[in-house]
Design a protein around this ligand. Sequence first.
Ligand code: SAM
Length: 424
Amino acid sequence: MTLIEARVAPGVGVSNGTSSKAAFDRWFRYPAGLSQDALTRLFDSRRNPTQGTVVDPFCGAATVGTRAARHGWGFVGVEAHPEVAELGRVKLAAPPDLDELGALGDRIAQAKTLPVSIDAEHDLVRRCFTPEALTVLVALRTAIIEVDDPTQKYLKWALLATLRDVANVKVGWPYLRPGLSRTPPHLDVAHRFRVRLGWMIADLAGRHTTPEARVLQGDSGDAQTWAPMRAAGVTGTVALTSPPYLNNFDYADATRLEMFFWGRNASWADMVADVRAEMIIATTQQTTVGAAAAALSGLSELPTTESMVSDLVTRLAHERSTRRAGKAYDRVLPSYTQGIVNVLTQLRAHLEPGSWTGWVVGDSAPYGVYVDTPKLIETAATELGYFAAESEVLRTRGMRWRTNGTRHQVALDERLLWIRTPID
Ligand SMILES: C[S@@+](CC[C@H](N)C(=O)[O-])C[C@H]1O[C@@H](n2cnc3c(N)ncnc32)[C@H](O)[C@@H]1O
């Protein structure tokens, strides 16, 4: 394997949030999406075939999928979050009649005066809005639920994306802070909903082709999830992805407001069992003792990876033992690594031999113990038969915490890692 030493790529920006301006990305802000720069680098012509199918095993809101569609390529994405998987599908599906969708949007916006009650809304939802704004949101939701055809999903996502625009508390990503009030950036709820629907219609109208695209919902580390792709006889020619970073976001928690408002989940426990069930374990909230032990023994077939993980687990466990109620980072790491190994295994099975896979992924330093996640992924991939790794630094991270005395001072970065599936 040739490893080109990590170097800083010129001209790459400092943020990696989903763009609030780019077509399709602006439909709904989703945490840790790819920056436009990182995305452009992923679609690097030296590694991407000129035609074929792009695979994204952590496809989120389908940022990679819509860019693939722009290039006229096919796409298969896998996403564990059921509602976010739906958003990706809605973006990629052949659009409905857009004039009719606009007219329907106008009618829904008029429903703002429907007499509705907000008494039964989840407590968290009630804390995020003034009663007046919530009443309009509930009225629009009521009208949208009555739409009994495929356009309902466009209206639904326009409304869900409106929530954070009209909240009167801090709702920045990733986590809500309902205790901190603010002036909502947008006061006219129905108008904002219609503006957002207008963006969706404009983006759909501007798309020239609708290539073959599918978003599979489930765990991309599980062979079962990929069954529809196999059944359709599709094989990927390149994988472009950004996995959850170790110890970064809880993707279920990050969408709590939308899940409770839409009524998908009625409680935290319900949401964890439903939305988070198939996600890779990447945060301490997701770990259990049993899962960590099973993951560590599952790694025994990859001895170099196992030894890297075991060494880090020892150090993390030591750090935890020196703190009162310390966090179980030592349990997250084996489960996370095992989850990545499972995904690498499935990618190998669903891509042409010799396909490039590009990963945008950051490192981390829980309790100041440096975990080189890109290196860990590369090591596991090598032991699974992948080859030709290359990596470059896209941006430095973690600097905004520099002045927080309780935080570690380890410099972090985000890298683009390229590895190829074996040529059997
Ligand atoms: C860094 S985000 C990627 C965001 C994506 N690029 C986008 O356009 O929104 C990682 C995504 O992986 C998803 N995920 C986590 N574990 C997964 C798993 N085992 N299988 C499939 N998706 C998973 C999360 O729900 C999250 O949406």
